[in-house]
Design a protein around this ligand. Structure first.
Ligand code: HEC
Length: 132
């Protein structure tokens, strides 16, 4: 059984890497591509904020809910998130609380990636750690 120590050593190194990568902030939120981050920064951040909490001037003005809320995450379906992005959303009780449609420059595939972004706000530190 001469090979044992080598194998154990290799397994140890492999495990080390797994632990290392899981400890990195981006791993817990899943991979968000630079392209999707740019879209969020350009189209969504000014109201929803980098942290998804809508702690912005627009967020306050429009009384927006936070993507970090467990209640919000539980109530909304993936399809509804994608639909709000592509086709827009208006509060039936208050037409001022609305969001425009983005399908003129956001594709369905990109909207699906944005669904992942919205979901990632549920977990700390969210999809864009360190952005303010
Ligand atoms: C002009 C401000 C504004 C911008 C920009 C904006 N939103 Fe919104 N968004 C709102 C408001 C207002 C609501 C409804 C209130 C709430 O639930 O927070 C909303 C709601 C949502 C919802 C929940 C819809 C529902 O059915 O409850 C999602 C998901 C969402 N936005 C994603 C995005 C994404 C992704 C972007 C960028 C592509 C974006 N928003 C850009 C204002 C905005």
């Amino acid at each position: 059984m001469k090979q044992r120590p080598t194998l154990t050593w290799m397994a140890g190194v492999a495990l080390g890497f797994v632990v290392l990568f899981q400890g990195m902030p981006s791993a817990s939120a899943g991979p968000i591509s630079p392209e999707i981050k740019e879209i969020y920064g350009k189209d969504c951040k000014k109201c929803h904020g980098w942290d998804g909490a809508a702690d912005t001037a627009m967020g306050k003005k429009l009384k927006m809910s936070s993507f970090t809320s467990a209640d919000f995450q539980k109530k909304i379906k993936d399809d509804a998130i994608a639909k709000a992005i592509l086709e827009g959303w208006t509060d039936p009780n208050d037409p001022k609380r609305k969001m425009k449609a983005y399908k003129d420059h956001i594709s369905e595939a990109q909207a699906k990636e944005l669904v992942k972004v919205v979901r990632a706000f549920a977990k700390s530190p969210g999809p864009f750690p360190g952005e303010k």
